[in-house]
Each structure stands twice: as structure tokens, then as C-alpha cells.
Design a protein around this ligand. Structure first.
Ligand code: ZN
Length: 131
């Protein structure tokens, strides 16, 4: 699977977003070493703080299915806008713990994406090693 295909999968996931308040739909797709793709989308709630981001939904879903960071090849996050979407602070904290620091993170829109990783997005992260 190439990166563009993973971006396309994230756009498929985005169609399932539940965003009646912001109308800001986000999709995520996570590629596992076994070739399986796991989708995530943002799910809002009238109590805004109870909402959940697409990328966290995808990673949590992977863990719920018994996979861990060593099983994850790449994670794509997309929205239909420029500048490119980027994980919020809470997601960065979660990704820093649940992904390898160098796992490719694809940030995409319809015709463009960039590749980064959580180490780049959250340098000097607070992790379990700090406890
Ligand atoms: Zn987030």
C-alpha cells in the first residue's frame, strides 16, 4: 500500500464523521503490518468536551483489536482544507505513547499531503519514562 492509498482510505473514513456542530469532518486511516486498515473519524457531542478526534479513534480502535505500536505501519489524517490538518494537543500526547516515535504520520487534504511523525510534532513528550 502506498501513502496515497492510505490517504484515500482516510477520506473514506471521513465520510462517517459525526460533526453536526462544527461541520468539520476529519478522517483517519491506520495501516497495520498485516495489511489491515483501521478507520477513524471525529465524533462530536453536544457536550463538546465529550467529543473524540479521528486519529485517536483509529489508534484506540487498533489497540482495542489487540494491536500495538509495533503493528502500526502508518497513520493518515485528512480533512478537506488547507492548511493541512494537524493533530490537537491531546492527540499528540496519545500518539506519543501509542505510536513509535518514527511511525509515518500523513497529514492530507484532497490533492496534497505531507509526511511527518509524532517525534517531530511533539518533541520532548511527557511519557511513562518520566514517571
Ligand atoms: Zn485530537
Amino acid at each position: 500500500m502506498n501513502y496515497q492509498m492510505l490517504i484515500d482510505e482516510a477520506f473514506i473514513a471521513r465520510q462517517k464523521a459525526y460533526a453536526p456542530y462544527s461541520q468539520f469532518q476529519v478522517g483517519a486511516s491506520l495501516l497495520l503490518k498485516n495489511g489491515q486498515i483501521i478507520h477513524g473519524c471525529n465524533i462530536e457531542n453536544a457536550a463538546y468536551g465529550s467529543s473524540m478526534c479521528a486519529e485517536r479513534n483509529a489508534v484506540f480502535q487498533a489497540y482495542c483489536q489487540g494491536y500495538h505500536k509495533e503493528d502500526i505501519v502508518a497513520l493518515a489524517i485528512v480533512a478537506d482544507c488547507l492548511p493541512l490538518i494537524s493533530p490537537c494537543g491531546a492527540c499528540r500526547q496519545v500518539l506519543a505513547e501509542l505510536l513509535d516515535p518514527s511511525t509515518p504520520l500523513l497529514l492530507g487534504c484532497k490533492d496534497y499531503f505531507e509526511v511527518t511523525n509524532i517525534q517531530e510534532l511533539l518533541p520532548r513528550a511527557f511519557t511513562g519514562e518520566n514517571l
